[in-house]
Design a protein around this ligand. Structure first.
Ligand code: NAD
Length: 321
């Protein structure tokens, strides 16, 4: 039976099912993000066969050195940009993720931001709470319908495709750019493929980002590309913070280069770029797009299933290749 270190307590059946299989589970005593030093110190206290990590843990050579017997790291997230994958490969360490079951949650959160921005819901909420509501007013907080508007996606994988599916229900036109063409969303939902992000940016009323964080997607949305967007357009990012140059976004929002933004992720979480939180034309959520009971439960189950399969000598179902 294996001894598994868990970097932070997680909800759901994952940890109980690992214990049921007879594995020893050691959960970090700190209910918070471990610093690198804290994680290394914890890992060095014992010999672990596996680690269950979170997206807030940066896993690199030093961490692998601190847990030389851990041959599997099961990440409790679909993204795995927190890993040095080359280093893992070099050492023969298996890395797994939890794809699929948070797709609906993230797509719905994305749509929540789109609708909240176009109907000025967060602004309205602040207005009422501030005691400013004095009765119905024909000119108060005028927004716009999303029906007939153009939604442009950067990345049409699992989450992007689900966003496209939802957009159909609102009669939106959908365009997308991806390094891999998704013929299914074209055939099933009439999404139109463009070969460059620029073409999507110039023609969309809402731009929503659904790419993984990679070297090729770092600052995919930068100053030059923000300028290409319509003045009336909104940017939505529920992927990873560093995909957007956040300082350039603040500048674009302040100067009216774009109309607004809905963000669930930030370039230097949990810090925000200077000036971002003072802007009225942004909606900011604390990286909760996958925070539904179902999604978190499934992430817990998937992370555990990967560990269970590995320690039974099988191929983990979600090994990152
Ligand atoms: P996915 O792998 O199914 O889709 C990603 C898509 O991006 C793929 O179609 C891929 O071809 C495309 N892509 C890769 N590099 C690209 C590039 N340079 N330019 C354009 N397209 C590119 O992943 P998914 O399940 O849809 O998740 C997408 C991302 O969403 C994850 O990697 C993760 O970082 C993020 N995410 C965020 C939350 C949250 O809580 N906010 C939750 C889950 C996932």
């Amino acid at each position: 039976m294996a001894k598994i270190y868990v970097t932070r307590n997680i909800p759901g059946t994952g940890l109980p099912s690992l214990r049921e299989k007879g594995h020893t589970i050691v959960v970090s005593e700190k209910d918070g993000v471990l610093t690198k030093e804290e994680l290394i110190a914890d890992l060095k206290k014992d010999s672990y066969d596996g680690v269950l990590s979170l997206l807030t843990d940066k896993i690199d050579a030093e961490i692998f050195d601190a847990a030389p017997d851990a041959k599997i790291f099961a990440n409790y997230a679909v993204g795995f940009n927190n890993f040095d994958l080359d280093e893992a490969k070099k050492r023969g360490v298996v890395v797994t993720n939890t794809p699929g079951d948070l797709t609906d949650s993230v797509a719905e959160h994305t749509f929540g931001l789109i609708i909240a921005l176009s109907h000025r819901i967060a602004e309205g909420d602040r207005f009422v709470r501030a005691g400013k509501y004095e009765g119905w007013n024909p000119n108060l907080l005028i927004g716009s319908e999303i029906k007939g508007k153009t939604l442009g996606l950067l990345g049409a994988g699992r989450i992007g495709a689900r966003v496209i599916y939802c957009a159909r229900a609102f009669d939106m036109n959908v365009l997308y750019y991806d390094v891999v063409r998704n013929k299914e969303v074209e055939k099933n939902y009439g999404a139109k493929f463009f070969e460059t992000p620029e073409e999507v940016l110039t023609t969309s009323d809402f731009v929503s980002v659904h790419v993984p964080l990679l070297d090729s997607t770092h600052h995919l949305i930068n100053r030059e590309r923000l300028v290409l967007m319509k003045k009336t357009a909104y940017l939505i990012n529920t992927s990873r913070g560093p995909v957007v140059d956040e300082a350039a976004l603040v500048e674009a929002l302040k100067k009216g280069i774009i109309a607004g933004a809905g963000l669930d992720v930030y370039e230097n979480e949990p810090k925000l770029a200077e000036g971002l939180s003072e802007l009225q034309n942004v909606i900011l959520t604390p990286h909760i797009a996958s925070a539904t009971e179902y999604a978190r439960e499934e992430m817990s189950r998937l992370a555990a299933d990967n560990l269970i399969a590995f320690f039974e000598g099988k191929e983990p179902p979600n090994a990152v290749k």
